[in-house]
Design a protein around this ligand. Structure first.
Ligand code: ATP
Ligand code: MG
Length: 341
Protein backbone atom coordinates (compact mmCIF):
# COMPACT_ATOMS: atom_id res chain seq x y z
CA UNK A 1 0.00 0.00 0.00
CA UNK A 2 1.31 3.45 -0.81
CA UNK A 3 1.67 5.85 2.09
CA UNK A 4 0.10 9.33 2.13
CA UNK A 5 2.57 11.93 0.87
CA UNK A 6 3.65 14.96 2.89
CA UNK A 7 5.50 17.92 1.44
CA UNK A 8 6.81 21.03 3.22
CA UNK A 9 9.66 23.42 2.81
CA UNK A 10 11.36 26.66 3.71
CA UNK A 11 12.88 29.52 1.81
CA UNK A 12 16.66 29.60 2.20
CA UNK A 13 16.66 33.29 3.05
CA UNK A 14 18.48 32.92 6.35
CA UNK A 15 18.65 30.60 9.30
CA UNK A 16 15.50 29.21 10.84
CA UNK A 17 13.98 30.75 13.95
CA UNK A 18 11.64 29.82 16.79
CA UNK A 19 8.62 30.65 14.60
CA UNK A 20 9.65 27.91 12.20
CA UNK A 21 10.36 25.59 15.07
CA UNK A 22 6.98 25.96 16.71
CA UNK A 23 4.98 26.54 13.52
CA UNK A 24 6.39 23.69 11.50
CA UNK A 25 9.66 21.95 12.38
CA UNK A 26 8.41 20.36 15.60
CA UNK A 27 5.41 18.97 13.83
CA UNK A 28 7.56 17.60 11.00
CA UNK A 29 9.58 15.56 13.46
CA UNK A 30 6.41 14.11 14.96
CA UNK A 31 5.12 13.20 11.51
CA UNK A 32 8.47 11.71 10.52
CA UNK A 33 8.52 9.56 13.62
CA UNK A 34 5.00 8.28 13.03
CA UNK A 35 6.44 6.36 10.11
CA UNK A 36 3.13 6.48 8.25
CA UNK A 37 4.05 8.94 5.55
CA UNK A 38 6.22 9.38 2.52
CA UNK A 39 7.78 12.72 3.39
CA UNK A 40 9.51 15.37 1.27
CA UNK A 41 11.10 18.49 2.72
CA UNK A 42 12.63 21.06 0.41
CA UNK A 43 14.63 24.24 0.24
CA UNK A 44 12.69 26.69 -1.92
CA UNK A 45 15.65 28.55 -3.39
CA UNK A 46 13.77 29.55 -6.55
CA UNK A 47 11.11 31.10 -4.39
CA UNK A 48 13.79 32.91 -2.41
CA UNK A 49 15.06 34.35 -5.68
CA UNK A 50 11.66 35.93 -6.37
CA UNK A 51 12.46 38.65 -3.84
CA UNK A 52 16.26 38.23 -3.55
CA UNK A 53 17.20 37.97 -7.23
CA UNK A 54 20.66 39.45 -6.80
CA UNK A 55 21.57 37.46 -3.71
CA UNK A 56 22.20 33.99 -5.06
CA UNK A 57 25.40 33.69 -3.03
CA UNK A 58 23.61 34.33 0.24
CA UNK A 59 20.86 31.92 -0.81
CA UNK A 60 23.52 29.27 -1.35
CA UNK A 61 24.87 29.91 2.15
CA UNK A 62 21.37 29.75 3.58
CA UNK A 63 20.84 26.38 1.94
CA UNK A 64 23.68 25.02 4.06
CA UNK A 65 22.34 26.74 7.16
CA UNK A 66 18.77 25.59 6.77
CA UNK A 67 19.96 22.04 6.06
CA UNK A 68 21.89 22.21 9.35
CA UNK A 69 18.78 23.53 11.08
CA UNK A 70 16.85 20.54 9.73
CA UNK A 71 19.41 18.03 10.92
CA UNK A 72 19.80 19.68 14.28
CA UNK A 73 16.10 19.55 15.11
CA UNK A 74 16.09 15.87 14.19
CA UNK A 75 14.96 15.52 10.57
CA UNK A 76 16.51 12.29 9.36
CA UNK A 77 17.52 12.04 5.68
CA UNK A 78 17.15 8.27 5.92
CA UNK A 79 13.46 8.70 6.58
CA UNK A 80 12.68 11.94 4.75
CA UNK A 81 13.70 13.09 1.27
CA UNK A 82 15.37 16.50 1.61
CA UNK A 83 15.91 18.33 -1.69
CA UNK A 84 16.62 21.67 -3.36
CA UNK A 85 13.89 23.19 -5.54
CA UNK A 86 16.11 24.56 -8.31
CA UNK A 87 17.63 21.14 -8.92
CA UNK A 88 14.26 19.86 -10.13
CA UNK A 89 13.60 21.69 -13.45
CA UNK A 90 10.35 19.76 -13.81
CA UNK A 91 8.89 22.07 -11.15
CA UNK A 92 9.47 25.15 -13.29
CA UNK A 93 7.90 23.41 -16.25
CA UNK A 94 4.78 22.55 -14.27
CA UNK A 95 4.60 26.17 -13.13
CA UNK A 96 4.46 27.29 -16.78
CA UNK A 97 1.43 25.14 -17.48
CA UNK A 98 -0.39 26.10 -14.28
CA UNK A 99 0.11 29.84 -14.84
CA UNK A 100 -2.31 29.66 -17.75
CA UNK A 101 -5.04 28.50 -15.39
CA UNK A 102 -4.74 31.41 -12.95
CA UNK A 103 -5.74 35.03 -13.64
CA UNK A 104 -3.58 37.99 -12.66
CA UNK A 105 -6.48 39.31 -10.59
CA UNK A 106 -6.57 36.06 -8.63
CA UNK A 107 -2.84 36.34 -7.86
CA UNK A 108 -3.25 39.95 -6.74
CA UNK A 109 -6.01 38.98 -4.32
CA UNK A 110 -3.79 36.60 -2.29
CA UNK A 111 -3.75 38.17 1.21
CA UNK A 112 -0.31 36.83 2.18
CA UNK A 113 1.24 38.06 -1.05
CA UNK A 114 -0.44 41.44 -0.51
CA UNK A 115 1.01 41.76 3.01
CA UNK A 116 4.45 40.70 1.83
CA UNK A 117 4.42 43.17 -1.05
CA UNK A 118 3.77 45.89 1.52
CA UNK A 119 6.56 44.66 3.82
CA UNK A 120 9.15 44.25 1.13
CA UNK A 121 8.77 47.75 -0.22
CA UNK A 122 8.79 46.77 -3.91
CA UNK A 123 6.94 50.00 -4.74
CA UNK A 124 5.86 49.92 -8.37
CA UNK A 125 8.35 47.21 -9.28
CA UNK A 126 6.89 43.97 -8.00
CA UNK A 127 8.89 41.16 -9.66
CA UNK A 128 6.45 39.12 -11.75
CA UNK A 129 8.06 35.98 -10.35
CA UNK A 130 7.08 37.13 -6.89
CA UNK A 131 3.43 37.56 -7.81
CA UNK A 132 3.45 34.10 -9.32
CA UNK A 133 5.18 32.28 -6.46
CA UNK A 134 1.95 30.72 -5.17
CA UNK A 135 1.64 29.02 -8.57
CA UNK A 136 5.14 27.66 -8.26
CA UNK A 137 4.18 26.39 -4.80
CA UNK A 138 1.28 24.57 -6.45
CA UNK A 139 3.81 22.95 -8.77
CA UNK A 140 5.98 21.86 -5.81
CA UNK A 141 3.01 20.36 -4.00
CA UNK A 142 1.41 18.61 -6.96
CA UNK A 143 4.65 17.28 -8.45
CA UNK A 144 4.90 14.98 -5.44
CA UNK A 145 1.13 14.36 -5.34
CA UNK A 146 1.22 15.55 -1.75
CA UNK A 147 -1.87 14.79 0.29
CA UNK A 148 -0.81 16.82 3.32
CA UNK A 149 1.11 20.08 3.52
CA UNK A 150 2.08 21.13 7.05
CA UNK A 151 2.64 24.90 7.09
CA UNK A 152 2.16 28.01 9.20
CA UNK A 153 -1.03 30.06 8.95
CA UNK A 154 0.44 32.52 6.47
CA UNK A 155 0.40 29.69 3.93
CA UNK A 156 -3.37 29.06 4.03
CA UNK A 157 -3.99 31.08 0.85
CA UNK A 158 -1.28 29.09 -0.96
CA UNK A 159 -2.96 25.79 -0.16
CA UNK A 160 -6.29 27.19 -1.34
CA UNK A 161 -4.66 28.40 -4.55
CA UNK A 162 -3.15 24.97 -5.12
CA UNK A 163 -6.50 23.27 -4.62
CA UNK A 164 -8.04 25.58 -7.20
CA UNK A 165 -5.30 24.82 -9.69
CA UNK A 166 -5.71 21.09 -9.19
CA UNK A 167 -9.46 21.28 -9.76
CA UNK A 168 -9.02 23.54 -12.74
CA UNK A 169 -6.33 21.36 -14.31
CA UNK A 170 -8.20 18.11 -13.79
CA UNK A 171 -11.39 19.66 -15.18
CA UNK A 172 -9.75 21.37 -18.15
CA UNK A 173 -7.88 18.26 -19.26
CA UNK A 174 -10.48 15.77 -18.07
CA UNK A 175 -8.03 13.85 -15.93
CA UNK A 176 -7.40 12.88 -12.34
CA UNK A 177 -3.61 13.17 -12.52
CA UNK A 178 -3.33 15.93 -9.91
CA UNK A 179 -4.11 15.38 -6.25
CA UNK A 180 -5.87 18.00 -4.12
CA UNK A 181 -3.79 18.61 -0.99
CA UNK A 182 -4.93 19.48 2.51
CA UNK A 183 -3.06 21.99 4.64
CA UNK A 184 -2.02 20.83 8.08
CA UNK A 185 -2.00 23.84 10.39
CA UNK A 186 -0.69 24.27 13.92
CA UNK A 187 -3.24 23.82 16.69
CA UNK A 188 -3.25 27.34 18.06
CA UNK A 189 -3.24 30.73 16.38
CA UNK A 190 0.01 31.71 18.16
CA UNK A 191 1.85 28.56 17.11
CA UNK A 192 0.67 29.08 13.56
CA UNK A 193 2.06 32.58 13.56
CA UNK A 194 4.51 33.22 16.37
CA UNK A 195 4.85 36.99 16.80
CA UNK A 196 8.24 38.67 16.66
CA UNK A 197 10.38 39.80 19.59
CA UNK A 198 9.28 43.34 18.74
CA UNK A 199 5.59 42.45 19.02
CA UNK A 200 5.14 42.41 15.24
CA UNK A 201 2.44 39.97 14.13
CA UNK A 202 4.98 37.49 12.75
CA UNK A 203 8.49 36.45 13.61
CA UNK A 204 10.09 36.50 10.21
CA UNK A 205 13.54 36.23 8.72
CA UNK A 206 13.01 39.32 6.62
CA UNK A 207 11.82 41.41 9.57
CA UNK A 208 14.89 40.58 11.69
CA UNK A 209 12.78 40.07 14.80
CA UNK A 210 13.55 36.48 15.65
CA UNK A 211 15.50 34.13 17.87
CA UNK A 212 17.39 31.69 15.66
CA UNK A 213 17.90 28.01 16.39
CA UNK A 214 21.59 28.64 15.84
CA UNK A 215 21.89 31.69 18.12
CA UNK A 216 24.35 31.18 20.97
CA UNK A 217 23.21 31.59 24.55
CA UNK A 218 24.50 35.17 24.87
CA UNK A 219 22.61 36.25 21.79
CA UNK A 220 19.43 34.57 23.00
CA UNK A 221 19.82 36.29 26.35
CA UNK A 222 20.27 39.71 24.74
CA UNK A 223 17.26 39.17 22.53
CA UNK A 224 15.04 38.02 25.38
CA UNK A 225 16.10 41.00 27.49
CA UNK A 226 15.10 43.34 24.67
CA UNK A 227 11.70 41.78 24.07
CA UNK A 228 8.58 43.86 23.79
CA UNK A 229 6.53 43.70 27.01
CA UNK A 230 4.08 46.24 28.37
CA UNK A 231 5.31 49.76 27.58
CA UNK A 232 3.25 51.17 30.45
CA UNK A 233 4.81 48.86 33.02
CA UNK A 234 7.49 51.30 34.07
CA UNK A 235 8.14 50.63 37.74
CA UNK A 236 8.20 47.13 39.21
CA UNK A 237 5.29 47.99 41.54
CA UNK A 238 3.04 48.99 38.63
CA UNK A 239 0.41 46.49 37.51
CA UNK A 240 1.40 45.10 34.12
CA UNK A 241 -0.49 43.74 31.13
CA UNK A 242 0.04 40.22 29.85
CA UNK A 243 -1.97 40.56 26.64
CA UNK A 244 0.38 41.57 23.84
CA UNK A 245 3.33 41.10 26.20
CA UNK A 246 5.73 38.93 24.22
CA UNK A 247 7.28 37.33 27.30
CA UNK A 248 3.95 35.86 28.34
CA UNK A 249 2.99 35.02 24.77
CA UNK A 250 6.20 32.98 24.45
CA UNK A 251 5.77 31.40 27.88
CA UNK A 252 2.35 30.16 26.76
CA UNK A 253 3.87 28.67 23.63
CA UNK A 254 7.06 27.14 25.02
CA UNK A 255 6.02 26.25 28.58
CA UNK A 256 5.49 22.55 29.17
CA UNK A 257 2.94 20.83 31.36
CA UNK A 258 5.18 21.05 34.41
CA UNK A 259 5.70 24.82 33.98
CA UNK A 260 2.03 25.73 34.00
CA UNK A 261 1.69 26.43 37.74
CA UNK A 262 4.66 28.80 37.75
CA UNK A 263 3.46 30.56 34.62
CA UNK A 264 -0.03 31.06 36.08
CA UNK A 265 1.46 32.48 39.30
CA UNK A 266 3.72 34.83 37.37
CA UNK A 267 0.84 36.13 35.28
CA UNK A 268 -1.16 36.82 38.39
CA UNK A 269 1.76 38.57 40.11
CA UNK A 270 2.61 40.64 37.04
CA UNK A 271 -0.95 41.90 36.67
CA UNK A 272 -1.17 42.71 40.36
CA UNK A 273 2.14 44.61 40.26
CA UNK A 274 5.45 43.88 41.95
CA UNK A 275 6.97 41.56 39.34
CA UNK A 276 9.63 43.10 37.14
CA UNK A 277 10.30 42.37 33.46
CA UNK A 278 13.84 41.20 34.18
CA UNK A 279 12.52 38.34 36.33
CA UNK A 280 9.93 37.21 33.80
CA UNK A 281 12.54 37.40 31.06
CA UNK A 282 15.06 35.35 33.01
CA UNK A 283 12.46 32.66 33.44
CA UNK A 284 11.61 32.71 29.75
CA UNK A 285 15.29 32.41 28.91
CA UNK A 286 15.47 29.22 30.97
CA UNK A 287 12.45 27.77 29.20
CA UNK A 288 13.84 28.60 25.76
CA UNK A 289 17.31 27.32 26.53
CA UNK A 290 15.87 23.97 27.59
CA UNK A 291 14.64 23.65 23.99
CA UNK A 292 17.67 25.20 22.29
CA UNK A 293 20.60 23.53 24.06
CA UNK A 294 20.23 20.07 22.44
CA UNK A 295 19.53 21.63 19.02
CA UNK A 296 22.67 23.76 19.22
CA UNK A 297 24.74 20.74 20.24
CA UNK A 298 23.61 18.63 17.32
CA UNK A 299 24.18 21.53 14.94
CA UNK A 300 27.82 21.80 15.95
CA UNK A 301 28.27 18.08 15.28
CA UNK A 302 26.77 18.19 11.77
CA UNK A 303 28.55 21.44 10.91
CA UNK A 304 31.88 19.63 11.18
CA UNK A 305 31.30 18.00 7.81
CA UNK A 306 29.50 20.35 5.41
CA UNK A 307 30.56 18.15 2.49
CA UNK A 308 28.39 15.40 3.90
CA UNK A 309 25.48 17.83 4.35
CA UNK A 310 25.62 18.88 0.66
CA UNK A 311 25.98 15.22 -0.35
CA UNK A 312 22.79 14.44 1.48
CA UNK A 313 21.04 17.28 -0.40
CA UNK A 314 22.33 16.04 -3.76
CA UNK A 315 21.09 12.53 -3.07
CA UNK A 316 17.69 13.80 -1.95
CA UNK A 317 17.42 16.01 -5.02
CA UNK A 318 18.11 13.06 -7.34
CA UNK A 319 15.42 11.02 -5.73
CA UNK A 320 12.91 13.89 -5.78
CA UNK A 321 13.63 14.60 -9.41
CA UNK A 322 12.58 11.10 -10.44
CA UNK A 323 9.23 11.53 -8.73
CA UNK A 324 8.60 14.98 -10.25
CA UNK A 325 9.58 13.77 -13.73
CA UNK A 326 7.00 10.99 -13.54
CA UNK A 327 4.24 13.49 -12.63
CA UNK A 328 5.31 15.92 -15.35
CA UNK A 329 5.10 13.11 -17.87
CA UNK A 330 1.55 12.30 -16.76
CA UNK A 331 0.64 15.99 -16.87
CA UNK A 332 1.91 16.40 -20.42
CA UNK A 333 0.10 13.29 -21.53
CA UNK A 334 -3.12 14.58 -19.96
CA UNK A 335 -2.63 17.90 -21.80
CA UNK A 336 -1.95 16.14 -25.07
CA UNK A 337 1.50 17.69 -25.48
CA UNK A 338 3.69 14.62 -25.15
CA UNK A 339 4.18 14.91 -28.90
CA UNK A 340 6.95 12.43 -29.43
CA UNK A 341 5.78 9.69 -27.13
P1 ATP B 1 10.78 35.08 4.79
O1 ATP B 1 10.67 36.32 5.61
O2 ATP B 1 12.02 34.99 3.97
O3 ATP B 1 9.53 34.77 4.02
P2 ATP B 1 9.86 33.37 6.88
O4 ATP B 1 10.39 33.67 8.23
O5 ATP B 1 8.47 33.81 6.54
O6 ATP B 1 10.93 33.93 5.86
P3 ATP B 1 9.51 30.95 5.32
O7 ATP B 1 10.68 30.18 4.85
O8 ATP B 1 8.76 31.81 4.36
O9 ATP B 1 9.97 31.82 6.60
O10 ATP B 1 8.45 29.96 6.01
C1 ATP B 1 8.66 28.57 6.18
C2 ATP B 1 7.54 27.92 6.98
O11 ATP B 1 7.58 28.38 8.32
C3 ATP B 1 6.12 28.24 6.48
O12 ATP B 1 5.32 27.10 6.65
C4 ATP B 1 5.68 29.33 7.38
O13 ATP B 1 4.28 29.35 7.49
C5 ATP B 1 6.34 28.93 8.72
N1 ATP B 1 6.60 30.10 9.55
C6 ATP B 1 7.42 31.13 9.24
N2 ATP B 1 7.40 32.06 10.21
C7 ATP B 1 6.57 31.59 11.17
C8 ATP B 1 6.13 32.08 12.44
N3 ATP B 1 6.55 33.25 12.92
N4 ATP B 1 5.28 31.33 13.16
C9 ATP B 1 4.84 30.13 12.70
N5 ATP B 1 5.21 29.62 11.52
C10 ATP B 1 6.05 30.32 10.75
MG1 MG C 1 7.76 33.64 4.39
Amino acid sequence: MTKPVILTGDRPTGKLHLGHYIGSLKNRILLQNENKYDMFVFLADQQALTDHAKESQSIYESIGNVALDYLSVGLDPEQVTIFIQSQIPELAELTMYYMNLVSVARLERNPTVKTEIGQKGFGESIPSGFLVYPVSQAADITAFKANLVPVGNDQKPMIEQTREIVRSFNYTYQTDVLVEPEGLFPKTETEGRLPGLDGNAKMSKSLGNGIYLSDDVDTVQKKVMSMYTDPNHIRVEDPGKIEGNMVFTYLDVFGREEDQVTIAEMKEHYQRGGLGDVKTKRYLLEILERELVPIRKRRLEFAKDMGEVYNMLAKGSDKARNVAAQTLDEVKTAMGINYFK
